[in-house]
Design a protein around this ligand. Structure first.
Ligand code: ZN
Length: 506
């Protein structure tokens, strides 16, 4: 689809040239020096033959990519996680200047990424680029109207919409930057939606028209397009606006990245169907994402309405979530745990969907390569006080069934006991943290058995009232302090990861 010839951008008329340059500056122009790819982007052997001189760069880039996908799986985006799970080949190659998802005519998808580019933009940049690319595929699938897509203003509108969503979802204020070459200045990667908005506002003010607020301007995909069209000289996307497109000669955007429409449709619809299923299972991230997509595509016409109808997205609206309040401790715990499990993990994307397990509040398509050790998480619940069911339930979904993560559960008061999630436990008297430490470190047997593994993370859920302890690996310990508890681990030396759990919600 991207190989289609585009109309000449309106910016090519002499009167518009300055605007176009200005907008290219906003986008961090001049990044693309690569010519049209010389290799067939569906030829995996040829792609793999294009490697940077330094193998360490390839390895570093691969780790960045895996870490980014882990973050998506764990907390950021169900849609992104699922989509890359459907890219069975993820190939580092210098055949592309940045990154691209190739949708080949045989129904398969490949993620191609330039290792040097990934290393230059770092983890935050890699997440931005991978997220951006997925939104493009979704966008491309939603808006197939040829006339619309032939309009270069629509290209810019897409960049604005997509980057707004990506920045918002990733909780970022600014675009990632890239330093190309030693001593270079950091350049922003991509189109800054707020910079475009400022130009739009100034243009409308000059015409004595009333601009929308930024929030209204970016509210829907087509809204951005219509508002840009109100400008006296609508901005268009600079040739290198998009981080993922392999700019070729500037005349033809997309540089020949194969994007077979049927493959895009298949992959995007399967991804969204997975996300809707996850949402119906109570996955808050998936629900929020899909409802957001529904809102953003408002006014997109009959076809999109039918699409949402067939996926059952609208029905999500009627489901009342248990709480609308953001529960920061959940987000904090997911982040903290991800950071403790991240080091040294090698993630692969199982081809069989059946291999994917419910995890971390949604469904990351992650598993570890065979040679990598399974990660071990020990969860210890203090039953001496009140143990909120919601916390246990959520922890179960967080770590209980993650592929590649093995969880062990115990409960404790004065003594440590085996614990099966879902089973009721009645706490006794007294609380002793040291017993849990001794058990975690393999010294104290429980039911006649010692804990023989070295946990990568230990999650303690407790009110914190007992004698303080110092485990051998304080870095691996995560303390969740229940309502009214004492968060001493935060002030301890050395301090340990510690957060209050607010369970007052109903
Ligand atoms: Zn783009």
């Amino acid at each position: 689809m991207t190989t289609r010839q585009r109309k000449e951008p309106a910016g090519d008329s002499p009167g518009r040239r300055p605007r176009r340059r200005a907008s290219a500056r906003v986008a961090g122009g001049g990044r693309h020096v690569a010519a049209r790819p010389a290799v067939d982007l569906t030829d995996r052997q040829a792609l793999l033959a294009c490697q940077p001189d330094d193998p360490a760069v390839v390895e570093q880039a691969r780790q960045l990519k895996d870490a980014a996908l882990l973050d998506f799986g764990v907390r950021d985006s169900v849609v992104v996680s699922w989509l890359y799970a459907k890219c069975h080949h993820q190939i580092p190659t210098t055949a592309v200047a940045t990154a691209a998802v190739v949708a080949a005519g045989d129904g398969s998808c490949l993620l191609l990424y330039n290792p040097e580019f990934f290393v230059q933009i770092g983890l935050a940049g890699v997440k931005f680029v991978l997220f951006h690319e997925v939104r493009h595929l979704v966008h491309r699938h939603l808006y197939i109207d040829e006339e619309l897509r032939a309009d270069p203003v629509f290209d810019l509108a897409a960049e604005v919409s997509i980057n707004h969503v990506v920045l918002t979802r990733l909780g970022r204020k600014d675009l990632p930057t890239r330093v190309a070459g030693p001593g270079g200045k950091p350049e922003p990667v991509g189109v800054d939606p707020r910079a475009v908005y400022r130009r739009y506002r100034a243009d409308l003010a000059q015409q004595q028209l009333t601009p929308l607020s930024y929030a209204d301007f970016v509210a829907t995909d087509l809204g951005v397009y219509h508002e840009l069209k109100r400008m006296s000289t609508p901005l268009v996307a600079p040739a290198d606006a998009c981080v993922h497109l392999v700019a070729a000669d500037g005349a033809e955007r997309g540089g020949g990245v194969p994007a077979d429409p049927e493959t895009v449709a298949l992959v995007v619809e399967a991804t969204m169907a997975e996300a809707v299923r996850a949402a119906h299972r109570g996955n808050g991230v998936a629900r929020g994402e899909m409802l957001d997509l529904l809102d953003r595509s408002e006014g997109g016409g009959e076809r999109i309405s039918r699409l949402w109808g067939s996926l059952g997205v609208g029905a999500l609206r009627g489901e009342t979530p248990k709480t609308r309040r953001v529960e920061w401790w959940k987000r904090w715990l997911a982040d903290t745990l991800a950071s403790k499990l991240r080091d040294g993990t090698r993630l692969v994307y199982p081809k069989k969907q059946g291999a994917v397990l419910l995890a971390l509040g949604h469904d990351p398509m992650l598993s570890r390569r065979g040679q990598e050790r399974t990660k071990v998480v020990l969860i210890a619940l203090d039953t001496s006080g009140s143990m909120p069911d919601a916390v246990v339930e959520w922890l179960t979904s967080l770590v209980g069934q993650t592929d590649g993560v093995e969880s062990h559960w115990v409960s404790f008061d004065g003594v440590v006991m085996p614990f099966v999630p879902g089973e009721r436990v009645h706490g006794g008297g007294g609380t002793n943290f040291q017993n849990v430490v001794d058990y975690a470190e393999g010294r104290l047997p429980v039911n006649g058995r010692r804990f023989e593994e070295r946990p990568d993370a230990v999650i303690m859920v407790t009110d914190g009232y007992a004698a303080e302890v110092t485990p051998a690996d304080p870095d691996r310990w995560i303390w969740l302090i229940t309502d009214g508890g004492d968060d001493w681990p935060d002030r301890h030396h050395p301090p340990m990861a510690c957060h209050r759990v607010h369970t007052g919600e109903r």
